[in-house]
Design a protein around this ligand. Structure first.
Ligand code: SAH
Length: 239
């Protein structure tokens, strides 16, 4: 796909996130699960790629929950998204939080075309919202320096994930607005692994992410049946 003429963006997805943006930082609102899972995923990232002083790019940053928390750990964070309203919310919230994050309206492909390079690239809960996720993975490879770290998270595609992530979360528990996730766009770990290999990335680890909406606790480990998180590396000798 040509990033200049036909950006890898689903405008209906962007409209969805634009419409929800003002509630982004309400810990009990539409993005409650992102607030609740953030400490566990931040710790996972910071343990494998210590963030202090690192140049980090967060792709599909939304209102900035992860981006701000990585900046608070001492990273120099740039964060990109294609939805205007979440970016505006993120910029306002940054003033309150007193952390530095450079927010830009860019696709991953456009950011890669700029030639910038980072120590760590994060792309969490975003791949299942784009028309061509393999192209985002390729852009992530181009955006991370040789030897650098990448983190992806998304939702598996199978009957159990359909029941838990769509029926359970959107219709029964109403944790997320209906229509947040589309079954056909969910991503099997084998598909993500294939796109990473094709881009020249090495899988370091894949781990399940288990969120209990009653206790609001997120634990990592175990099966990848529903939500999962992947740590990958660009080989150090891949110049
Ligand atoms: N990564 C954040 C937010 C996830 S919500 C977190 O985990 O906390 C998904 C985000 O991806 C939304 O903000 C949406 O606007 C963004 N997004 C969707 N398509 C995109 C694209 N093609 N390029 C950049 N961002 C995109």
């Amino acid at each position: 796909m040509n990033a200049e003429t036909q950006p890898n963006v689903d405008l209906q997805e962007i409209a969805k996130f634009d419409g929800l943006a003002e509630r982004w930082w309400d810990p009990d609102g539409d993005f409650r699960p992102l607030h609740d899972i953030n400490p566990a995923r931040l710790e996972y990232i910071n343990t494998r790629a210590p963030l202090m002083g690192r140049a980090v790019l967060d792709i599909g940053c939304g209102g900035g929950i992860l981006a701000e928390s990585m900046a608070a750990k001492g990273a120099r964070v740039s964060a990109i998204d294609m939805a205007e309203a979440p970016l505006a919310v993120a910029r306002l919230h940054r003033e309150k939080g007193g952390v530095e994050v450079d927010y830009r309206k860019h696709t991953a492909e456009q950011e890669a075309a700029s030639g910038r390079c980072y120590d760590v690239v994060t792309c969490l809960e975003m791949l299942e919202h784009v028309p061509d996720p393999a192209s985002v993975v390729q852009a992530c490879r181009d955006l991370v320096r040789p030897g650098g770290h990448l983190f992806f998270s998304t939702i598996n595609r199978n009957p159990k994930s359909f029941l838990m992530a769509i029926v359970g979360a959107e219709y029964v528990l109403r944790l997320l607005p209906r229509g947040t996730h589309e079954y056909a766009k969910l991503i099997k770990p084998s598909e993500l692994a294939h796109w990473m290999r094709s881009s020249g990335l090495e899988m370091a680890e894949a781990t399940g992410m288990h969120y209990n909406p009653l206790t609001r606790i997120c634990t990592l480990g175990g099966n990848l049946d529903v939500n999962y998180l992947v740590h990958a590396r660009r080989p150090a000798d891949d110049a």
